[in-house]
Design a binder for this molecule. Sequence first.
Ligand code: MLT
Length: 396
Amino acid sequence: MNMKIKINENYKNLKKSYLFSEIAKRVKAYSEENPSAKIIRLGIGDVTLPLTRSVTEAMTKAVAEMGERETFHGYAPDNGYDFLREAISRHYKRFGVDIPVEEISVSDGAKSDVGNITELFGDNPVLIPDPVYPVYYDSNVMSGRRISFIRADETNGFLPMPEGLSGEGYIIYLCSPNNPTGAVYDHASLKRWVDFAVSTGSLILYDSAYEAYIHGNFPHTIYEIEGARACAIEICSFSKTAGFTGTRCSWTVVPSELSAGGMSLREMWERRQATKFNGVPYVVQRGAEAALSDTGYAECMELVGYYMKNAALIAGVLREKGIFFTGGTSSPYIWMRCPSGMDSWSFFDSLLHGIQVVGTPGAGFGECGEGYFRLTSFGSREATEEAVARLRGFLQ
Ligand code: MLT
């Protein structure tokens, strides 16, 4: 039936499928045609190690509380329980940064917050690095924004800088360590972005979902940079740090200093969340709190260490074959150039059909990603070793 309602026409401007849905579709089709194929999935960055002991103990205790009348919890507070917001605030002190509890709001995932926060803004020009996590682009297409790309390529080490940009009032997305390239801004380069944002009255949306993977002296949070409180919102996640991809918990920091059009952005975000979101379950928030305790955090760092060993194995075979790549040192992703000048979807197909290894075509992260390919180190050690052995035989 052709209904009479009007739709959001912007949806017509989206690619037919979300990147990781498209990959899942192709892998499903291949596996249906080849039911005995042993497929190794190094595509979507989904963790494989279980939740840590601190987290499961805290969650088990919380489940028991939920089963007793005296300790049962109903709706969570809009911005998260104070015990978790306080734990997040203390976590920032690990990086020498003070974030007041009231600036932290807990949510069910960085992906949700990255998409939902666009509702706060009007018709601003949007700057999105290319290549980058596709949610930034897709969510701005959905709301019909004017999008410009900032090129990240081998010439700038996949770290675009603001020099040469003119204009004001931008919404700027930065992701460091970057998904997919693994490139990380150092303090000096991030300062240049902060200065640019302050001088042009722009807002940086800073995605620090991979900060736990940083190795060396790089900022873990944009608030390590002077001036950032005046221009940046930070979104971070428990998914990759504590293995919460299936458990769902994240947070967003909106500093009190941020205001535009006579409105406080923090109050707007709280208003949005209070209306459209009913909070992260108590049990999950207790688990997240435990992940940030000293013991819990040390356990998380063991997870990170495990995945980084996988990254080193993947990096090793690429080095052996003389294939250019970035990432894998401060990031769980390896970003490699496709061999023999192949385009990234052809390389995807050749790996899937040739050695049954799934990765993510670089073109899915933006035009500048064409000719590159992302492999994740979130697989099990066994699967990663097997993938590396297959790649060793397959790559020239
Ligand atoms: C990725 O593979 O890029 C991520 O897992 C996607 C996500 O975090 O939503």
